[in-house]
Ligand binder design. Structure first.
Ligand code: HEC
Length: 119
């Protein structure tokens, strides 16, 4: 009995940790905050969307947010069929609000892309 009680506390402590994590605000049905999603994108496009992993990957920073959001909706809804981006959409299942937030985030960063809105 002496050893059982500490173990029960240990188990309760583990459950308490999970409960706290589960209370973190989430932005889609699959879980994960916008910050989590941005981290995923950053792996290929760079933290600010301006440092693609390889030269063929597009720069997102300073692109029009409406353009980025449209592209993301098209990947998510299957009108654009690039397998790499389609996989991201399957994993993250971004809502329309997530897409708007991602597009705003990357579009608001500066890069060498010339945006006519800057003129
Ligand atoms: C595993 C690498 C990878 C990850 C992770 C990734 N992307 Fe991409 N992304 C690509 C590639 C490669 C393309 C080019 C696809 C094509 O040619 O259609 C692309 C294209 C795009 C485009 C279209 C750009 C344009 O100029 O048309 C947008 C927008 C985009 N990604 C946003 C995101 C966002 C937002 C995330 C995170 C939710 C993300 N990507 C995660 C590799 C990635």
């Amino acid at each position: 009995m002496k050893t059982v009680i500490p173990s029960v506390f240990a188990i309760l402590a583990i459950f308490a940790t999970f409960t706290i994590e589960a209370n973190e605000p989430e932005n889609s049905a699959t879980g994960g905050t916008i910050a989590d999603k941005i981290k995923t994108c950053a792996a290929c496009h760079g933290e600010n969307g301006d440092q693609p992993l390889v030269a063929e990957y597009p720069i997102l920073a300073n692109q029009y947010p409406s353009y980025l959001a449209n592209a993301l909706r098209q990947y998510r809804d299957g009108q654009r069929t690039n397998p790499i981006m389609a996989m991201q959409m399957d994993l993250l299942k971004p809502s329309d609000a997530d897409i708007e937030a991602l597009a705003e985030y990357f579009g608001s960063k500066s890069s060498k892309l010339h945006n006519l809105a800057d003129d």
